[in-house]
Design a binder for this molecule. Sequence first.
Ligand SMILES: [Zn+2]
Ligand SMILES: [Zn+2]
Ligand SMILES: [Zn+2]
Length: 361
Amino acid sequence: MAEQEQSVREIRLNPIVPSESVLIATARGMRPKKEEERAPRDTRERVETCPFCRGNEAKTPPAIATYPESGEWDIRIVENLYPVLGDDRGDNNMFSFGLQQAIDGYGRHEVIIDNSSHGIAVHDMTEEHLTMLLSAYRRRMQELYVSDERLRYVLVFKNFGPAAGASIPHTHSQIIAMPVTPQNVLDEVVNSKQFYDKHHHCIFCSLIDEALTYEATIYDKQSGEVRRKINVGQYVVERGEKFIAIKPFASRYEWEVHILPLQHQADYINASEEDLADFARVLKRTMQRLDAVLGGAQYNYFLHSLPHDPEQEGCEHSYHWHLEICPRTSIPTGFELGSGLFVNTVNPEEAAAELRNVSLD
Ligand SMILES: [Zn+2]
Ligand SMILES: [Zn+2]
Ligand SMILES: [Zn+2]
């Protein structure tokens, strides 16, 4: 019963946000989730009817920025035609009645057309192009924070593939500038600050150290037999000069991977051009690995960076920006929605090994 022995059934706690716990349940036959259908990849270079393709610029609002700045664009930022947050509706910023409260949904919602090539995947973009894209994210974040001091958080994210909620197939990212800090970012910021106050170092830096150097043997309480060995580098998927891609121990999604700067840095807008070049390389290689293992990854990725929120001041030593990549391979069920417990059916240690073993040139 070798397979039985290898199966994992345990609840793992996120060390930063313990309320985001995960049930790892890998045994065959106890899979509580339905697998997501694979979607055929649209690899076309240009689509006549696509509003994001070159030559169809009139079908979108005018460009806020283009990269390069002159000549044919490779990256283009425009306002979202159907913004979820937008201009102020009135002078009343906030209202409440009874137990209900609401804040005016002011903010910005923009689209970054990642590449002029319609169906290109991130792992097929050149490192130079990805560096330009990551630097476009940074510049726009900075501009938005400066544009309105009431904005607390600028969220950069990407949905790729129908399972990840991408409504337009042309590769694109989105930027949403919000009047509030999202709760999951706030939880990370507040909890990492508590850790810092107690231990005087950043929990994200500590997790990186742990991923690079930690070794442990876990014994069975009753029999004293070795239950599991945790090896050095077991959670490392990819390593660059300045960045690392890690498979979280408590991964919510089967193929979830996080990328972090090795050197402590709280705010993405402070990343240097050299930082972004290495980030681009690690991102490209991580996406290549995911694509090779999954045979076409549909995913969401998003940047978590220090909020510009006066209530969260003094967190630049305790918070550490990162990119969370969440491939969509299964559909959440009532169990997950009702319990708040994520269910992961692939053992994170095995997933990390599989990703690491993909041979790249
Ligand atoms: Zn297109
Ligand atoms: Zn740190
Ligand atoms: Zn995060």
